[in-house]
Design a protein around this ligand. Sequence first.
Ligand SMILES: Cc1ncc(C[n+]2csc(CCOP(=O)(O)OP(=O)(O)O)c2C)c(N)n1
Length: 404
Amino acid sequence: MKVKKVTLKKISKDTLGSAKRLRSKSRSRSAKTRYEISQEQFTITPLQLLREDGTTAGKFTLLSAEQIKSMYRFMVLSRAFDDAALKLQRQGRLGTYGSVRGQEASQVGSAFALQKEDWLVPSFRENASCITRGMPMKGLFQYWGGDERGHAYTESMTTLPLSIPIATQLLHGVGLALALRYKGQKNAVLAHVGDGGTSEGDFHEALNFAGVFKAPIVFLVQNNQWAISVPRKKQTAATTIAQKAIAYGFTGVQVDGNDIFAVYGAVSAALEKARSGAGPTLIECVTYRISDHTTADDAKRYRNQEEVDAWVKKDPLDRLKKYMLQQKMWDAKKEELLQQEAATLVSAHVRSYEEEPASDPKDMFAFTFASMTPQLLEQYQSFLDVSGKKRDPNILEKVEGGFP
Ligand SMILES: Cc1ncc(C[n+]2csc(CCOP(=O)(O)OP(=O)(O)O)c2C)c(N)n1
C-alpha cells in the first residue's frame, strides 16, 4: 500500500472503488476451474497507513494535527475509563464489564469518521466509540452498573444503546439506514459487530438486505481474534471476514485495526460512499482483545500469554503517540497534562454515577415494553410480595394511564 500523500480520494480508489483486490489471480485456468471459485483465487491486501514504529511513508495529509491530537485524547480517555471500570467492578461498584483495551484505534477511529447526523449502532463492547461520540461517561458507568437510565439519551443524540444480544443491532442499523433514505436524509449508519457476531444469522440477513437495497450503511467487524473462548478460525473457514461482502454484492475491506489512520480513512471513505447512494461496505478491522472477554471470564484458560504479549507490542495508543512525537506535535509535558485531565474527568464521572439515587426497580417491569405483558405484571406483583409490599389491585389502570 502506497502511503505517500494519502487523501480520502486515494483511499476510496484503493480500497473501496472496486473489488479488484478480490479478483481471480489467474484468468487462464482450465474450463473446469474457471467456474469454480476457491479461497486460493482470492487475495485481500490489508490497509495500513501508520506503521508500528510510528512512521508513515511520505507526508500524511488525511488529518490535521488538531484532529490527530483529538483522536489521541479520545483514546487516552477511553483507556482511563476502561481501567476505572475494571477496578470498580473488582470492588463491587459496577456490574460485569467488557474491556476495550487494545481496540481503541478501531473504535475511536471509526466513530471519529462519523458526521453529527450520521448514526452509530454499537455492539456491547463499543465504550470507546460511544465516548468519542460524546456519550457521557457517567451514562456508560450507569449502564454497566445495571442502571438503564444511563442509556436515556437526548433526542438529538444519533447513537443507539449498546446491544447486548450479539448481531441483532446490524438489522436495526439496516432499518435505520433505509429510514434515513425514505426521509430524504443524506446521512449514513455505522454498525459495529465482533468476529463472533459474524456467525449469527442476523449478520447474514443484515448484509443481504443491505446489499439488495443498497442501504447507506457501513458494517464494521472488530475482529479481535476471540469470541469468548472461540478463536477466529472456528468462526469461519473463509480466509478473511472482509471477503464475505463480495457474496452480498458489495465491497469488503480489511484494515489494520490498531492503525487509527487506516481505520479512519477506510470508514470515512465508506461513509462517503454510503451517503452518495452507492450502498454498503463491510470493513474488517484486524485487532486484538488484550483483556479477558469480560470481568466474568478468565482468558488464561484458553489462550497463551505469548500471543497476548505479541499484541501488547502493537498497542494502538503507543503507535499514535510515537507518530505524534516524531512529528513534534507532542511532548512529555502534553502527555502528562492529558493523563491528568483523563484521570480527573473519569473520577468526576465515577462520583456522579455513584451519587445518583438508585433507580426504582419497578421501572424494569414498566418500561421493558410499551405496556406491561401479563407475565411482567405477574412478575411485578411477585416483586411487591418479596419486598414486603402489598399487591397493587389497580395496577392495570395505572399501566394504561402511564405507569407512575
Ligand atoms: C444472541 C446472543 N448469543 C449469545 C450471547 C452471549 N455472548 C456474549 S458476548 C459473546 C461473544 C461475542 O464475540 P464477538 O462477537 O467476537 O465480540 P467480542 O466479545 O469479541 O467483542 C457471546 C456469545 C449474546 N450476548 N447474544
